[in-house]
Design a binder for this molecule. Structure first.
Ligand code: ASP
Ligand code: MG
Length: 247
């Protein structure tokens, strides 16, 4: 059993989402995968943080950022989902976007943002990307389920970089996985407190989500997929012509 994790770049465009789907389907055909964890589409978490900040200043351009986020998801729907199924998927994504807009509206009215509210706002990134991927696979009649990690990952209320309660989390993950054989599509980065408040595991926290799932179900492997093969001799975002090191 393997847990695959796909980061923001892997979920960032039509072409990269298409390769993610191919990877998942190939693994699944071999009976290897039980779970896939996703980050928000690349850049979306930063946009959500910025939208929250603009809302506290009652600067309505936060609305444009939400529109951009929505468009990026819709573009993938248009490219990868059969025309007949698209309107239902647009509606499902729109429901989530509406909730985000209501929340930002609330922030713009009270003109302040707590760490708790900020976590709730950024959680929309992973909820949207994972819903999107779920909808694409679902439209292709692929056996899979959407798992909102807040259902299984229990944390304290140290918003922004919450600490995991391993006892509860392991138990909840094990219980959940014992009842299903379907491929789970899981939101990275987020968890919830005992009171059901949304928390995040710190920036880049989706890798951690994947290892929490993998650890709890004693997976054979947790694979962190990214946009380069192996480990390069340098950071390819900064240095040109990097190459993978042999060992
Ligand atoms: N989307 C979150 C972030 O940008 C978590 C992650 O990508 O792992 O920090
Ligand atoms: Mg990362």
């Amino acid at each position: 059993m393997k847990v695959l994790k796909f980061g923001g770049t892997s979920c960032g465009s039509v072409a990269s989402i298409q390769s993610v789907l191919n990877i998942i389907k190939a693994k699944q055909a071999k009976g290897e995968t039980v779970a896939a964890v996703f980050s928000a589409m690349g850049g979306v978490t930063n946009k959500l943080i910025e939208a929250g900040r603009l809302a506290t200043e009652n600067d309505t351009t936060y609305f444009d950022l939400v529109k951009e986020i929505e468009n990026r998801h819709f573009e993938v729907v248009r490219a990868l989902i059969d025309v007949k199924s698209q309107s239902k998927v647009f509606a499902n994504i729109r429901i989530i976007i509406n909730e985000l807009e209501d929340l930002l509206k609330g922030v713009s009215l009270i003109r302040e943002i707590s760490a708790r509210t900020s976590d709730l706002i950024v959680s929309f990134g992973e909820r949207l990307s994972t819903t999107l991927i779920y909808e694409i696979l679902h439209a292709q009649a692929f056996d899979c389920q959407y798992l909102d990690a807040r259902k299984v990952i229990r944390t304290d209320d140290n918003f922004g970089i919450a600490n995991v309660n391993f006892e509860v989390t392991n138990r909840q993950i094990q219980e959940f996985f014992s009842k299903t054989k379907s491929l789970q599509l899981i939101t990275g980065f987020i968890g919830s407190t005992e009171k059901g408040e949304t928390t995040t595991l710190g920036r880049g926290g989706s890798d951690y989500t994947a290892t929490l799932i993998g650890g709890a179900i004693v997976a054979d492997e947790v694979q962190i997929w990214t946009d380069i093969d192996g480990m390069h001799n340098n950071d390819p975002r900064i240095v040109k012509k990097t190459f993978p090191i042999k060992e």
